[in-house]
Design a protein around this ligand. Structure first.
Ligand SMILES: NC(=O)c1ccc[n+]([C@@H]2O[C@H](COP(=O)([O-])OP(=O)(O)OC[C@H]3O[C@@H](n4cnc5c(N)ncnc54)[C@H](OP(=O)(O)O)[C@@H]3O)[C@@H](O)[C@H]2O)c1
Length: 317
């Protein structure tokens, strides 16, 4: 099979197309014939070595959607021919930028007929992240105010829809050109993150009970200032390694700061199943900004960090 691999860590150009043996599924694993693979910022962190990539050469990628074409020993609930999607790959094991992918079944879910492979691959990692942040950690409730930073991003645009689906009042930040689209996705208020009076504008809607923060080092002090008493602030991303927690506000308001990674999800397959139901019902549907051929993985990884887009970038073999 063809697989994108890097033999050493470095810039996007270390990604190359290799011919490798198609792997056989081990105990508890299925093999998925890839129809689409998601591209996420985290794929680049492993490639550069910022996150330890494990054994090299390494196939990048967390997300895959496709058709089961082989089933390992001990597997229940999956058969050859099933439409599935999976995530959480490419960290402790080989990833998904390949024509076939092995996945343990606790990171896999069935994909309903009404959901395309592209939608499955686009949803997987960002959907599990948004779910873990808003549902598992923050326990967002109807009628609460939920602030989602970076609403046009992969995580952000799914988090906006998920929060709206729970009945929360959603405030999100994004560049001006995405505002109409984000209102269509269910945001009550969309604010340009570059505004000088952003804090006032958020407070005008209502002090958030839940915040999903994509750039903790930049926004933790802001979150604490605007948040409601006993707000839950969930941090998923950062651009440097400081995450200043403002102790004054945190203490005054009983704030909870939760940092997380989706790779710690206990039952990824169960979360993917719930997200599949929401996609099939049309309640939470990922947007696909651009699709690249597998061989253009290096360009896709450049673009995921450098370009502005709403939704997700995908690879298709
Ligand atoms: N902890 C986890 O499990 C987890 C999971 C997924 C992602 N993450 C992390 O979360 C972050 C977002 O991931 P993603 O996949 O959503 O990335 P993405 O699709 O690349 O989106 C990035 C978003 O950030 C916006 N942005 C840029 N500068 C901003 C600023 N100063 N203030 C507010 N928004 C700004 C961009 O908007 P414009 O294009 O308009 O500038 C874009 O919407 C990344 O750091 C990623 O590594 C963590």
């Amino acid at each position: 099979m063809r697989a994108i691999r890097y033999h050493e860590t470095g810039g996007p150009d270390v990604l190359q197309v290799d011919d490798v043996e198609t792997p056989d599924p081990g105990h508890g694993e299925v093999r998925i014939e890839t129809r689409a693979a998601g591209v996420n910022p985290v794929d680049t962190y492993f490639r550069t070595g910022e996150y330890p990539p494990g054994d090299l050469p390494k196939i990048p990628g967390s997300d895959v959607a496709g058709v089961v074409d082989a089933v390992g020993a001990g597997v229940e609930g999956y058969e050859v021919g099933d439409r599935v999607y999976a995530t959480g790959l490419g960290n402790d094991r080989q990833g998904t930028y390949a024509e076939a992918v092995l996945a343990p079944t606790d990171r896999v879910a069935h994909l309903p007929e009404a959901v395309t492979f592209a939608e499955g691959a686009a949803m997987a990692l960002v959907g599990v992240t948004a779910w873990q942040a808003l549902v598992f950690h923050a326990r967002l409730e109807p009628a609460e105010v939920c602030l989602v930073h970076s609403g046009s991003g992969g995580v952000g645009h799914v988090a906006v829809q998920l929060a709206a689906a729970t009945g929360a009042r959603v405030v999100t930040t994004a560049s001006e050109r995405y505002h109409d689209h984000l209102r269509d996705l269910g945001a009550h208020t969309v604010l340009d993150y570059r505004r000088d009076d952003l804090a006032d504008a958020v407070r005008e809607v209502g002090r958030p009970n839940v915040v999903l923060d994509t750039i903790m080092n930049e926004y933790f002090p802001f979150d604490a200032e605007v948040a409601a008493k006993r707000a839950r602030i969930v941090g998923i991303g950062n651009t440097d390694s400081t995450a200043p927690i403002p102790m004054g506000y945190a203490k005054q308001k009983d704030l909870r700061f939760q940092l997380m990674t989706m790779f710690n999800t206990d039952d990824t397959g169960a979360v993917l199943s719930r997200l599949a139901q929401l996609m099939a019902a049309g309640s939470v549907v990922p947007e696909i900004a651009r699709t690249y051929p597998l061989a253009e993985a290096a360009q896709a990884q450049r673009d995921v960090l450098d370009e502005s887009f709403l939704g997700k970038l995908l690879l298709e073999p």
